[in-house]
Design a protein around this ligand. Sequence first.
Ligand code: EPU
Length: 417
Amino acid sequence: MKQMIIEGEHKLTGTIEIGGAKNSAVALIPAAILANGICTIKNVPNISDRDALIDILELLNCKVTLNNNELIIDSTNLKNTSIGAKLSNRLRASYYFMGALLGREKYVEIHIPGGCNIGSRPIDMHLEGFKALGATIETHGDKYILSAKKLTGTDIFLRFQSVGATINLMLASVYAEGKTIIHNAACEAEIINIADFLNNMGANIKGAGTSTITITGPTNHHDAEITVLPDRIEAGTYIILGALCGENLCIKNIVPEHLEALTTKLKEMGANIKINSDNIVLNATKNLKPINIKTLVYPGFPTDIGQPMSVLLTQANGTSLFEETIWENRMGHVPSLNKMGANIKVNGMSAIIEGPTKLKGKEVIATDLRGGAALVIAGLIAEGTTTITDVEHILRGYENIVSKLTKVGAKIELKEI
Ligand code: EPU
């Protein structure tokens, strides 16, 4: 078990380099097995979710080589199609092996995926899509067995623009015969990254990034390469931090268009923010205006930045409203923030935040990944020392967070307890 100890109220200055996107990398890694050859994935973030996926690849008899941020996956000799509960439960994204193995091997045994406790997280749309492609699904307790004699392209209508279902169905359908059309697909930049990778290995996918994606299969696959796009959620987290305690803090290696929902809100608050072609420079701003935030699917305000943003709202001058619409349990961090001195009232999936409130260092618990990131921000602006436990949640998704923050002047350390 690890604990993070933060001494607050230091100005942060210098440059934070953003790594590859977690939510793209965790799909690209399982997608690599569809090449039935050798794939190179560049800019892979150094996070514990990556390591969990490598363990699954090795279980499937893939050869994996990791050189810093480059991952080489040789899936030529893939032989297993069964992933036990222990590995499936280590992360949410283990479920991308459902689509990838069903596509390539027409068979997969896998358990209910793990991941943050931010809501009930059903996978019914994934399963309905697999069925529509021709798969048979058996459930035995927590275990799913998906099999098919062959997969056939079809029209699939998602009732919600689910990121996971869109990706999983793209993975399964590249080997389906004929045309698969995913209607009401998610439009996140990560979806384009996955489609580009699959197209690089020979697939025929059109429309990724729009709500209608067409996959024409089956196609002959071959070795391929892809670079993970920059992590807009990691960037968003540090941008919010810069608005609170930056002194010419530069957040580098970003795609500004992917962050427009956040930067528009920061401008509305009056934050001192300068957007350049691949970086954003921030200075702490006094007299921030309160605002209303409602999380939405892309290109709306990202649910994954809502919790970090709630910390910024505790420092605005007046009443802000933070409304979550994707996950039922996005308020797990609020009791910790209130313990530190915030004034946040939660009502179901909404929170009313009164600011500004002086935050004080306390012992707090990270209940989930983004809630944990919110507590790191709170600790960095609080008076005194904040100790965060259960930081494993944070390390699942933020690459080298301690060294990146230390480099710009934060007093933060990780301790084994
Ligand atoms: N949903 C269903 N049925 C399904 C699938 C989803 O009802 O079959 C519902 C979910 O319960 C939720 C909504 O649809 O209410 C959105 O779920 P989505 O499938 O889009 O989310 P996901 O793919 O499970 C990914 C990210 C999340 C991020 C969401 C939304 C990964 C590994 N996870 O989850 O990231 O919040 O998209 O953008 O890509 C995080 O990084 O902290 C994180 C939780």
